[in-house]
Structures are given as C-alpha cells and as structure tokens.
Ligand binder design. Structure first.
Ligand code: C2E
Ligand code: MG
Ligand code: MG
Ligand code: MG
Length: 286
C-alpha cells in the first residue's frame, strides 16, 4: 500500500542513512579501483620466529588510497567488499599482485614466504583452488611458498563446501592458517579436522597478556593446546618487548606486530629484509 511504499522510499533518505550511502559509494568506487589504476596496493608485515627472532615470512595486507576520500581503512572497506560480488575479484587481485612481487623477489634472491588473506566468498567459488593453482603456475611460485589465512567465521559459514576447498588447497601443498583465532565459534577439536598448519592467535588476546595472570593463562593454554594438536602458533599484534618475551616463554612459535615491524611498503620491506639479513650475518660472525 501507499504507506509501505513511502517507507521503502525513505530508506534512501540521505539524512537518515549516511552510513548506507557511504557504504554504497565505497563499494561502487572499489569496483572502479579494481578495474585499474593505482589506488590499490599491497603492504607487507614481517613475521618472525620467536626463539631466533628471524624473519620467516610476511603477511600481505591490502591498502586503498581513494581519489577523494584518502586512505580507507581495511577495517572499513574489507567487510563491505567481502559481502559483495567484488570479493572474488579482490582476492584474485591480491593473490596475483602478491605472486608477481614474489617472483620478482625470488629473482633477486629474496624469498620470504607470503601469507595472504582470503574471504568466505572464495570458499564458495567452485573453482577457487584451481584458480590459485593457475596463478601459482603463471608466476612459477612453488605452492609451499604461500599460506592462505582464513578466519574462523569464514569456515563456519558453509563447513562442507569450505572443507572441500581447504582439502584441495592443502593437497596442492599450500599452507593454511586459521586467522583471528579465539574470536569465532570454532573449537580446537573442530580445527583438528581441518587441514590447517597454523593458528594465529588474535591480537585482542595477545594485547592483554601484560595485564595479569588470568590473561596470561588464557593465551598460554591457547598456545599449548594448539601445539599439542600439531599446529604452528603465531601471536598477532605484539607491540612491546615485554609481550614478545612472555610469548617466547610460553613457547609460542612465531609472532607478528608493531614491536617487530609495521606493515611496510614494498621498498621499506625490502630494506627491512636486507637489514635483518645483515644483522643475522653479524651474529653468525660474532
Ligand atoms: P588480519 O588479517 O588479522 O591482519 C592483521 C591486522 O592487524 C592488520 O590490520 C595489521 O596492520 C594489524 N596489526 C599488525 N600488527 C599490529 C600491532 O602490533 N598492533 C595493532 N593494533 N595492529 C596490528 P589491517 O591491515 O588494517 O587489516 C585489517 C583486516 O582486514 C585484516 O586482519 C584482514 O582481516 C583484512 N584484510 C587486510 N588485507 C586483506 C586482503 O588482502 N584480503 C582480505 N580478504 N582481507 C584483508
Ligand atoms: Mg590475516
Ligand atoms: Mg588476524
Ligand atoms: Mg583480523
């Protein structure tokens, strides 16, 4: 009736729905960014082995410089894109760009394994694993050199379908990491049935371990349980030396965070790698 149709018109009222308008605009503009140009770029955050403090890889993180709105945080645009048809194109762009960069680095003797975030929507594509396989071939990257990060909630969305894809990816030799562990609903018992290699403990737990014994015990149990089940454990969001030392004491395998390095632009990451290599050489010589 007339009232109902007036209400549906009011959904588009700008005063009431600035949030919707912004999301709609961002989504449209992201489509344009994906189509070409230089608005999208990748940054790289080093991941270190805690006992030796050596770089064992890096996480690839997407950045978007919008032409009029400036830098848009991934916390804002990723969830919007992930729930849209652009999700697949975004992941394809990130994987392809990361692999091209990796091929270049390998030709220069720098070969850090890269960890790439994927979305729930990717696990709903029929041919996701096959597409990743083709991209690896095109750039001549061995599958063992990449790791795909998937959040708990992405896997929980359609577990059978997700499991099928994860098994294909793992079967190709690609490493798999459970991202933001502790924030979703999966149990470690469930995780054990998935072909995962790595558990990344979410920064919300890691950040708190300076605060008290309870917080420390929680993270310590997450680490020991994960390790008992055969996973390599990575702590995310390590911001201080004290937290890094505590995690090392808990026998956490690896860590990532501002204390070691922020996500770095390509050239800065290369410089960081060369510096880290020089430091290691000095240690060995000493
Ligand atoms: P994530 O995969 O859990 O990535 C870690 C986030 O923590 C990154 O935020 C990183 O910059 C931030 N971080 C790293 N170390 C520290 C630290 O010591 N302290 C604090 N406070 N933060 C730290 P970023 O880059 O803003 O990305 C946020 C999220 O957006 C990511 O969380 C991931 O879920 C998503 N994302 C980013 N890039 C991509 C992408 O290429 N594809 C997909 N599907 N998602 C992405
Ligand atoms: Mg991640
Ligand atoms: Mg995470
Ligand atoms: Mg996250």
């Amino acid at each position: 009736d007339a009232r109902a149709s007036m209400q549906s018109v009011s959904v588009f009222s700008p005063a009431l729905h600035d949030g919707h308008r912004r999301r709609f605009q961002l989504l449209q503009d992201f489509g344009a960014a994906l189509a070409g140009g230089d608005q999208l770029r990748l940054v790289f955050q080093p991941r270190v082995d805690l006992p030796t403090r050596r770089c064992v890889g890096a996480e690839v993180l997407l950045r978007w410089q919008h032409p009029t709105l400036g830098n848009i945080s991934p916390a804002e645009f990723i969830p919007i894109v992930e729930h849209s048809p652009h999700a697949r194109t975004m992941t394809a762009f990130v994987i392809d760009t990361a692999l091209r960069q990796m091929a270049l680095w390998r030709s220069q003797g720098l070969a850090p394994p890269l960890s790439i975030n994927i979305s729930a929507a990717n696990l709903e594509e029929d041919d996701f694993a096959a597409q990743v396989g083709l991209m690896l071939m095109r750039h001549a990257i061995p599958p063992e050199q990449i790791e795909l990060e998937i959040t708990e909630s992405a896997i929980m969305r359609d577990t059978d379908q997700a499991l099928k894809h994860l098994n294909s990816l793992a079967g190709m030799g690609i490493r798999l990491a459970m991202d933001d562990f502790g924030t979703g609903y999966s149990s470690l018992a469930y995780l054990q049935r998935l072909p995962m290699n790595v558990v990344k403990i979410d920064q919300s737990f890691v950040r708190d371990i300076g605060e008290g014994a309870r917080e420390q015990r929680l993270v310590h149990s997450m680490i020991s349980l994960s390790k008992d089940l055969g996973f390599r454990v990575v702590a995310e969001g390590v911001e201080t030396a004290a937290v890094a030392d505590m995690l090392a004491g808990m026998e956490c395998d690896e860590a990532q965070g501002y204390f070691f390095a922020r996500p770095l632009e390509t050239a800065a990451f290369e410089a960081w790698l060369h510096q880290a290599r020089a430091d290691t050489a000095t240690e060995v010589a000493a």
